[in-house]
Design a protein around this ligand. Sequence first.
Ligand code: 0PR
Length: 398
Amino acid sequence: MSRSSGRKGSLAYPSRPLSRPQLAARLRQARKEDWDYRRGTIFGSMCTQPMEEAVRAARPFVTANLGNPGLCPGTARLEEELVRWLLELFHGPRFGAGGSIVTGGTEANLTALWVARNVSGGTEVVLPRSAHFSFVKALDLLSLKPRWIPVDSKGRSIPHKAARAITRKTAAVIAVAGSTELGAVDPVEELSELALEAGVHLHVDAAFGGFVLPFLKEAGREYLPFDFSLEGVSSLAVDPHKLGGAPVPSGALLFREVKEAGSISVDSPYLSSPAVTALLGTRPSANVAATFAALARMGRSGHIRTLRQVLALTQRIADEGQRMGLELVTDPMINIVAFRHRNPAGVQAEMLRKGWDVSAIREPGSLRFVVMPHVTEESVARMLRDLRTVLRGSPPNG
Ligand code: 0PR
C-alpha cells in the first residue's frame, strides 16, 4: 500500500492535463529508477525480461475485458487454446480437465484452495514450511487452518509427516514443485498417493517450476514427476510470467476436474455469461494475448534452450561460490542456488551497493541466487568478482 506523506506541491492532482513532454519526462525518470533485467544485475527475482513479441501482442488487447467473455469471444478462444496447451504439457486427462489464465501464483493458489475448501467442506490445509507466502494470505482469507509440515535437508516436504497431518478436516494438501527459496521439488509422487488414499485435494504449486520440470530430461537431468500424470494431483498452478516468457501479470490454474470450480461460481445476471467462476471481475485480455504469444513463440524447444542456459550458469555459480569457501545449502535442484552465510543481509546490502540484486534467506541463513534468462555468462562473471570482494570483508563463518 502506498501511504500519504502529507507533502503538498507536485503531489496535487493536476488541475489541467500535463503536457505530453512533461508526462513523457516524468515516466522516463520513473522507469530509469526501476531496475532493468537487461543489465543482468538482478539475481533476486523470479521474473525476467519477457519476450518482445509477447509485449507487443498485449497492446491491441489492452482495451478488452475477458471478465465479460461474451464481448471477447476472440480472447476467450485464445484462453481456451492456452489452457489446452498447458493441460497437454502437464499430462492432464483428455476429458473433464480445464482451467484459466490468472494474474499469477497468488491468485492461482488462492483460487485452488477456495475450490478445495468449498468442495470438501474441510477446514485445514496440510502444507510444507517451504510453501510461498501466498498460501498464508489464502488461508487467512478463507479461514483455513495450516498444518505445517517440516522439510528435509534439501528443503522438500516430508511425506510421512504429511500423512500424519491428514485428517477428516483436511481441505487440501499442498505440494511445491520448485520452491521460492531453494527451488526444491517436493516428492509429489508420494504425496499424490497419500492424497488418493485419503480422498483429499492435492494442489501442486509449480508457479516457478512449471516450465522447468517438464524439460529436465532434455537438459540432462533426472525427470521428477510432479504433474497430472500422478493420479492424486487435483490442481496445478504455473506462472508464465516467471519462466514462460510472458510479461507480468500472468499465471495459470489447471484442474483435473474443472467442474469442481463450479463451487466458487456466482451468478452474474447482467453480464454476457450467466455465471462467473473467477476471483477477479474485470480480467485483462491483454495478459491472455501476451501469454499466448509468449508460449506460441517459445514452444518446447525454447523452454529447453532457456533451461540449459540457466542450469549451466547456476552450476557455475555453485562451483565458483564453493571455490570462494562458501557452502551450498543443498545441491541446486533447478535454477536457484543458495549458500550458507552467518550474515546474509549484510552481504546483500554490500552487493546492492555494488549494483547487484541478490537475496537473503533467514532459515537457514543464506545467500540466494535465482538464475533467470536475463542473466548472462558475462554478468555472472562480473557478479562473482564483486561477491569475492564482498566476502573478503564478510566471510561466511565469522
Ligand atoms: N508460488 C511460488 C512457488 C512462488 O515462488 C511465487 C512467487 C508465488 C507462488 C506467487 O506468485 P505471484 O507473485 O506471481 O503471485 N515468487 C516470487 C517471490 O515471492 C515472486 C517474485 C517475482 C518476487 C519477481 C520478486 C520478483 O522480483 O519471491
